[in-house]
Design a protein around this ligand. Structure first.
Ligand code: ATP
Length: 199
């Protein structure tokens, strides 16, 4: 799987539609302070399902929409699209190219699209979990993150290692199965009570 391109439109300082095509090898984005380098990384985090406005240096999610400048009116909508080359089928989808888009409006309405079809946030986070691009992964290291990993508690560090090792997905599935099992046991107890009452 390879990051092919990123299209940013109305997100933070990117008022105009901006497309970044990633070539083979390493890509470096350079620019003066405040020119929007971190905003590019935040666009990637956001389109992959970031749920915390704080992690994107905002108060609430619509803060990611272009807020206007002295010469330009604010926008009402932000959209980011990320396109992966998936010819190796690393993402478990029967598609050679995978495009994920996220949109948000000023009233906080938002939507995710996977190859043009509307999906839930859960579908995106599920797809990314254990790919190395999940929420707790090391592939996006923002400023200050290195210090926070060093200073984190052993349990918090364990979550990071589990994500890297690819077991987090199974742990979450296990938790879900255990919860369903507990609910089914409750239902069975209830059925047993009713049977007792009827006998
Ligand atoms: P540095 O090198 O100092 O880390 P940077 O190149 O990473 O800077 P960013 O932090 O990505 O720059 O960009 C900051 C700029 O983005 C600021 O000028 C800020 O006003 C602008 N910005 C952030 N959010 C919005 C928004 N919602 N609307 C318009 N501009 C925004």
């Amino acid at each position: 799987m390879k990051l092919k391109s990123l299209v940013i439109n109305g997100f933070k300082s990117f008022a105009d539609k901006t497309q970044i095509d990633f070539q083979d090898g390493m890509t470096a984005i350079v620019g003066p302070n405040g020119s929007g380098k971190s905003n590019v990384i935040e666009a990637i985090r956001w389109v992959l399902g970031e749920q915390s406005a704080k992690n994107l240096r905002g108060e609430k999610m619509p803060d990611v929409i272009f807020a206007g400048t002295d010469t330009r009116a604010p926008l009402n909508r932000a959209e980011v699209e990320i396109i992966f080359d998936n010819r190796d089928h690393y993402l478990p989808l029967d598609e050679d190219e995978v495009a994920i888009s996220r949109r948000i409006y000023r009233n906080s309405d938002s939507e995710f699209l996977l190859n043009g079809k509307q999906v839930r946030l859960k579908d995106i986070t599920g797809l990314m979990l254990d790919t190395g691009l999940g929420r707790e992964s090391f592939s996006i290291i923002s400023q200050g993150r290195v210090e926070s990993i060093f200073n984190s508690k052993p349990e918090e560090r364990r979550v990071i290692i589990e994500e890297v090792a690819g077991v987090l997905k199974y742990k979450k599935e296990k938790q879900k199965a255990q919860q369903e099992l507990a609910e089914t046991t409750d239902h069975l107890d209830r059925v047993a009570d009713i049977v007792d009452e009827l006998q």
